[in-house]
Design a protein around this ligand. Structure first.
Ligand code: C5P
Length: 303
């Protein structure tokens, strides 16, 4: 008996490395993106809707401000893609319970799209392979394939061509969240503007980062964190430089803007250091709110 409803839990991500090549003719940039999935989750429930209702979406939870509840939501686009590609004759209700910050550089929209693909695969017993789900995901956005697989991975091309990264150990993160997001295209455009006169080398995977992950050496991972979009995000949102500085001053092993920001991610040694840093950031008054998370965790999965 096919079920009428499937819930998928999907994590957020941080980028341990984000190296951005020159802007290509299609407007995208060749990337090396080392992703780690972390323990902040959205739950996406897809149910069969009332006949004739089409695809509807509702958004609830801690992080709803600015999330479109219409066809511009990437989860709705994911459902439409599956309906078209697999000739599914059904009306769908998508309920997103959000904890991942919106427009925060943590792939919240991509995560919900990834969860929707996995939910429809289960709801309609399509039994798609991981590779097929990745291919569908990359049609929706560069980060969607990673949100399906989770863990730690290297993304190349637009960030959607994934290979698993060998990573040992668990990493403790403190995240400084902003109440107002940043637009990813705007941050890439600012990066292009700031680098207009420079010769940009093709991006390379950082050996130092890969070796530190293999050795489970959090201090070395902290030192190896890099993000080519960081100065662009700080240029658009100058307060981020101060947030980075406060975290470094309070002993974070590494401090980095996540993806296109404005979330700032701090790597810390352990849970106690995470609690101390969270308190210090809150007390500093330069941070909207603070979250803590562990990584790596699994990607989108049915619960
Ligand atoms: O693929 P996605 O829809 O997530 O990309 C959002 C925006 O980020 C793109 O419209 C583009 O401006 C920028 N981007 C880029 N190069 C990439 C990935 C994203 O320029 N490799």
């Amino acid at each position: 008996m096919p079920s009428n409803s499937v819930t998928v839990r999907v994590p957020a991500k941080v980028n341990l490395q984000l190296s951005v090549g020159p802007r290509e003719a299609d407007g995208f940039h060749n990337l090396v993106s080392v992703f780690q999935a972390i323990s902040i989750f959205d739950d996406v429930t897809v149910s069969r809707g009332a006949p004739g209702s089409g695809i509807s979406i509702s958004v609830s939870g801690e992080q709803t401000h600015g999330v479109p509840a219409d066809t511009s939501n990437l989860a709705v686009k994911a459902a439409q893609l599956m309906i078209d590609r697999f000739d599914i004759d059904a009306d769908l209700q998508i309920d997103v319970k959000k904890s991942i910050p919106v427009a925060g550089g943590m792939a919240g929209g991509s995560a919900d799209a990834a969860a929707t693909l996995v939910a429809l695969d289960a709801l309609f017993q399509l039994e798609l392979s991981r590779e097929e789900l990745h291919r569908l995901g990359s049609e929706l956005g560069s980060d969607v394939p990673f949100m399906i697989s989770g863990g730690t991975a290297v993304g190349q091309g637009r960030g959607d061509q994934l290979t698993a990264a060998l990573s040992r150990g668990t990493y403790h993160w403190v995240l400084a969240l902003s109440s107002v997001g940043l637009s990813t295209p705007a941050v890439y455009a600012e990066c292009d503007r700031m680098r207009a006169e420079l010769e940009i080398a093709p991006p390379q995977v950082s050996d130092a980062l890969m070796q530190s992950l293999l050795a489970a050496d959090a201090q070395a991972v902290g030192r190896a964190l890099t993000n080519d979009l960081q100065s662009a995000a700080c240029s658009l949102r100058p307060a981020l430089s101060l947030v980075l500085e406060v975290g470094r001053d309070y002993g974070a092993l590494g401090a980095i803007v996540s993806g296109s920001g404005p979330t700032v991610a701090f790597l810390v040694a352990d849970e106690e250091a995470g609690l101390d840093l969270a308190v210090a950031l809150t007390a500093s008054g330069v941070v909207g709110s603070v979250a803590r998370a562990l990584g790596p965790v699994a990607g989108a999965k049915v619960i």
